[in-house]
Design a protein around this ligand. Structure first.
Ligand code: HEC
Length: 305
């Protein structure tokens, strides 16, 4: 019974390990019904269920059989006129065997003659279950030594760790190959009135910039961002660069430590989009006139960090 149960458990565990090898566990559990291996798992599950039921029925049949055997033995004993004594069960035999050591009441028989100042030696042996554990661990240690340190068939902890790291790196490389990170900086930026970007840009502007440039960009501490005049140039590349690098000595901080390159692009696009909106109470123009046609040459673009 115990062996059947443990075999069953072993098959279950090894099957689940196999299943993990066949497909990454996460992808299967995210959407099990549409997994290509779903029919396979279904069949395996069905087979296990059937095997389990067969085992249950078999155990039940054995019990019934035992009852009949016992009845027959009782009848035979009655015919012979002797008292029926049930044979000890496997379990009780097993229990007696693993606990076969001299109980405390019978210790007097095995007391040795040695007597040192009243301290006497008792010749009781250890309970078998304890010895079996010891022998088991010796055998296990030998197997362990050979497998891990002599033949190296299984990886040690460090090896396992390295294997996991390598696997994770492979996955990372695969993911990176699938969606390469977009590198954003002023040198390769072109403006587009992408609505999603402008919406995000507006959010960033309201939170971080409106305190100095006012809600509509009309300017207060910082200059008007909607007019045609710019202190640092009005091209998208220059706007990006000034937000990224700031003009710390004039009170405009560098936003690179606060905002990601993507966020700086979003807010730069937003500033470009509010050009010419003529908000009320604008701050007087500062800087030089900038027109899209007279775009500055690349060397006026600040690229320092
Ligand atoms: C603490 C006040 C302050 C905050 C906050 C601020 N700025 Fe400025 N900003 C300034 C000042 C002052 C200047 C003018 C710098 C100069 O005189 O060179 C400026 C200049 C600029 C310029 C250049 C304008 C030109 O004429 O060339 C841009 C673009 C700009 N800011 C965008 C932003 C953005 C985007 C944010 C939010 C992420 C922001 N600023 C937050 C104060 C601020």
């Amino acid at each position: 019974m115990r062996t059947i149960a443990s075999t069953f458990l072993f098959i279950l565990i090894s099957a689940s390990a196999m299943a993990q090898d066949a497909a990454p566990a996460t992808s299967f559990w995210r959407d099990p019904f549409n997994d290509p291996l779903f029919p396979f798992y279904l069949v395996i599950g069905f087979v296990f269920l059937t095997a389990f039921l067969v085992i249950i029925v078999a155990i039940y049949m054995l019990q019934v059989l035992n009852v009949f055997i016992r009845k027959a033995a009782e009848e035979r004993a009655e015919k012979l006129g002797v008292k029926y004594v049930a044979p000890p069960s496997y379990w009780s035999k097993f229990w007696d065997q693993i606990n076969a050591f001299r109980p405390a009441e019978k210790e007097a028989d095995i007391m040795l003659e040695h007597n040192y100042d009243g301290i006497r030696e008792l010749d009781n042996h250890l309970p078998p279950w304890w010895k079996w554990l010891l022998y088991g661990s010796i055998v296990w240690a030998a197997i362990y030594l050979v497998v891990y340190h002599v033949t190296g068939s299984l990886p040690l902890m460090e090896g396992e760790y390295q294997a996991e790291v390598t696997k994770a790196e492979e996955q990372r490389a695969k993911l990176l190959a699938l969606n390469p990170p977009v590198s954003i900086d002023e040198s390769s930026l072109t403006y587009s009135a992408d609505e999603a970007i402008l919406k995000k840009g507006r959010q960033i502007y309201v939170t971080n910039c409106a305190s100095c440039h006012l809600a509509d960009g009309q300017g207060s501490i910082g200059p008007n961002l909607t007019d045609d005049y710019w202190l640092h140039g009005g091209s998208i590349k220059e706007i990006y660069a000034v937000i990224k690098n700031g003009v710390p000595e004039k009170g405009m901080i560098s936003w690179a430590p606060v905002l990601s390159p993507e966020q700086i692009r979003d807010v730069a696009f937003y500033i470009k989009s509010i050009h010419g909106t003529n908000p009320p109470n604008p701050k007087a123009p500062q800087g030089v006139l900038y027109t899209e046609e007279a775009a500055p040459s690349a060397d006026t673009v600040k690229t320092s960090i």
